[in-house]
Design a protein around this ligand. Structure first.
Ligand code: GRF
Length: 218
């Protein structure tokens, strides 16, 4: 089966990019990273992508004022040129219209730094600390018009420590994200994730049903 052509949409560091690029270097991985597109010209991830020999594009949302459709048409034009099959949002900080989301239904995924459906939105790590949860994490999900919703493909959990700062917790979650996102993209690109009748995802892959993460530990 031909490898799926993937675009990463970023707004900043592109923190998840290196691990996705690394995974895609394996010829058996079902996706290849073709394009990194940013809505911010200064996004650090663009340089990292260029250094890896990956095509980059900037569609600066400030050029489009409040016209989200025009911004998205410009984004779509780049996706068309590169014949993109799957879009991965990776720290992409623009809201997308429902028509763009519908166009990419089942082919656009996002990583969110919390165990959805908890802590949708921003400042997830600080909010997790304030809520006192003992387990936090990250989620990869299909994108639907409602932000940080949509069928959950895969999740990674990390412990929350008593003395955590939001920064320390963010770093622990990001380390988990770097493992989670390539795994989830591999499932989607390999046709192993399907949305079942109730709207939840079934993954045709093994799961260790006896794995526990208990916090605090023994
Ligand atoms: C990650 O925490 C990811 O979950 C979220 O954005 C963060 C990455 O942003 N969606 P960046 O790549 O460091 O700008």
């Amino acid at each position: 089966m031909a490898r799926k052509r993937v675009a990463l949409l970023i707004s900043g560091r592109g923190s998840n990019m290196p691990s996705l690029i690394a995974a895609a270097k394996d010829p058996d991985y079902p996706a290849e990273i073709i394009l990194v597109l940013s809505n911010r010209p200064e996004a650090g991830g663009l340089h990292r992508a260029s250094a890896e020999g990956i095509a980059t594009a900037v569609v600066d949302h400030t050029d489009f004022g409040k016209d989200r459709e025009a911004f998205e048409r410009a984004v779509q034009a780049h996706l068309d040129v590169h014949r993109i099959d799957i879009v991965c949002l990776a720290g992409f900080m623009r809201l997308l219209t429902s028509s763009f989301v519908s166009r990419w239904s089942g082919r656009m995924i996002n990583i969110h730094p919390a165990l959805l459906p908890s802590f949708k939105g921003l400042h997830t790590h600080q909010r997790a600390l304030e809520a006192g949860v003992k387990i936090h994490g990250a989620t990869v999900h299909f994108v639907v018009p409602e932000v940080d919703s949509g069928p959950i493909i895969a999740q990674a959990a990390v412990p929350v420590l008593d003395d955590d700062t939001a920064e320390a917790l963010a770093a622990r979650v990001l380390a988990a994200e770097l493992r989670l996102y390539p795994l989830a993209l591999g499932l989607v690109a390999g046709g192993k994730s399907s949305i079942a009748a109730g709207g939840t995802v079934r993954n045709a892959t093994a799961v260790l049903a006896t794995a526990h993460l208990i916090v605090p530990g023994p």
